[in-house]
Design a protein around this ligand. Structure first.
Ligand SMILES: *Cc1c(COP(=O)(O)O)cnc(C)c1O
Length: 428
């Protein structure tokens, strides 16, 4: 299987080179030359087995083809249960049972496993540089923690992540360092991009990335959609539609990919927060990146969704893409109201991101839709206790893995939002 750039000006490469490079040399995103058709309707016993079935065709001919099953077993070691909610046909696809209680754990662990397996053992250690609005940094830190040949540097915007998210970024130690940047998430991203495109710096410090445009994060995410859809169809005879809380469009692109490969998924709907670049586009406006707005669902605070270019590439034109998805924007007051009512309406406590999806489900039911839907629960509500607990009126206990993380001491350093300060920190 070969991978080409969305911008069409880079040579086709195999999966190993695409994984290590992250971004194509012409600035585009790597996409497969073709999408394999698989038997994904037959349910498999474990999520790891489904992951292996979904990923095997991409890794045909890879140097790590023989270890793929082990990599899947490691990355998909925790379940992604499809839990029925109170209403008929309503479900929650729980993706928060990993070590940092967000769906990004699956892909970060898979990426860390593949980069670890592909690494030349004699090469100097690679520093994975990651700008995060909260969840990515923790998932990447956890996935690379104490992994030989790698260190992690996290950049996060001071004061803009929840206290528990901050703890989850700062509690690792060893080969992981966290920096509170005196600025916004956009500043963090700008600093990371600048460092990664600085050849002098890269000659002194080998740098790598783990952001959501990497194929190593996109491809594994198809697994939980394929797994849930196959089991749902086997049990009910019906296709499962999914409602995906969306920021950079990585998770929703993976759902699209799972369906394109043959998973019996129904419609894919995107729930966004007040950052409404995608809802505007899918409603017919031209695609226009917006400045990022801070919301309660902070991991979705994205004004220029990085995977859009990939989805656009996979469709003949804007009309075709607009027919494949629908998106809605959910403002903070509605997020609050949805969290407040969720225990009685749905029988669960959602995180603010998941709440955007629940609101979209409520809107579909209100409009008379009677299909089977799964709202994707992207993070555990206990990560956002300061928002969620006052709304539902009781404490939300962290799951065991998150509790272990919160019990460790946290340590981060403040850093000015300048490239010079970051270069000093990286070299030093
Ligand atoms: C990252 C994240 C999202 C958005 O996922 P994308 O793949 O960027 O669209 C939604 N919810 C949570 C909790 C996240 O961490």
């Amino acid at each position: 299987m070969k991978f080409v750039s969305t911008r069409g000006n880079a040579p086709a490469v195999g999966i190993d080179a695409a994984l290590v490079a992250g971004l194509a040399p012409d600035g585009g995103l790597y996409v497969p030359e073709s999408i394999p058709a698989l038997d994904l309707a037959t349910p498999r016993a474990t999520l790891a087995e489904t992951a292996h079935a979904c990923l095997a065709p991409w890794f045909a001919g890879s140097r790590i083809e023989a270890t793929l099953a082990d990599l899947c077993a490691h990355a998909f070691a925790f379940d992604a249960p499809l839990r029925p909610l109170t209403g008929a046909g309503d479900h929650l696809l729980e993706l928060f049972h990993g070590p940092t209680a967000a769906f990004k754990d699956y892909a970060a662990r898979f990426l860390a496993g593949t980069l670890g397996a592909l690494r030349d053992p004699h090469a100097p250690a690679t520093t994975i540089l990651v700008a995060t609005s909260g969840d990515t940094g923790a998932a990447v830190a956890s996935a690379f923690h104490r992994r030989p040949g790698f260190s992690v540097v996290i950049l996060y915007p001071e004061g803009r992540v929840s206290p528990r998210q901050a703890h989850g970024l700062e509690c690792w130690g060893d080969n992981v360092r966290a920096f509170r940047i005196e600025g916004s998430f956009d500043d963090c991203q700008r600093l990371a991009k600048h460092a990664l495109s600085d050849p002098d710096l890269r000659a002194r410090v080998p740098l790598g990335t783990a952001n959501s445009i990497s194929l190593g994060r996109l491809l594994p995410q198809a697994a939980y959609y394929a797994h849930a859809a196959a089991h749902h169809q086997a049990a009910t005879g019906r296709r499962l539609g999914v409602i995906v809380p969306t920021g950079n469009l990585g998770n929703a692109s993976a759902a699209w990919l799972a369906r394109a490969m043959g998973a019996p998924l129904g419609d894919i709907r995107l729930a966004c927060n007040a950052n409404d670049t995608l809802p505007r586009y899918f409603a017919g406006d031209a695609y226009t990146a917006q400045a990022t707005r801070a919301t309660l669902a902070n991991a979705m605070d994205v004004g220029a969704p990085s995977n859009f270019e990939r989805l656009r590439h996979w469709h003949a034109d804007d009309d075709a893409l607009r027919q494949a998805f629908a998106a809605c924007s959910v403002e903070d007051p509605t997020i609050r109201e949805t969290i407040r009512c969720a225990p009685t309406r749905h029988g669960i406590v959602p995180c603010p991101h998941t709440a955007t999806g629940l609101h979209l489900l409520e809107a579909l039911r209100h409009a008379g839709d009677s299909g089977d839907w799964a709202v994707v629960a992207t993070a555990h509500p206990a990560k956002f206790d300061a928002i969620v607990e006052p709304l539902v009126g009781h404490a939300v206990a962290p799951p065991p893995a998150l509790a272990r993380c919160l019990a460790r001491p946290a340590r981060g350093d403040r850093l000015a939002a300048t490239s010079a300060a970051l270069a000093r920190a990286l070299v030093g």
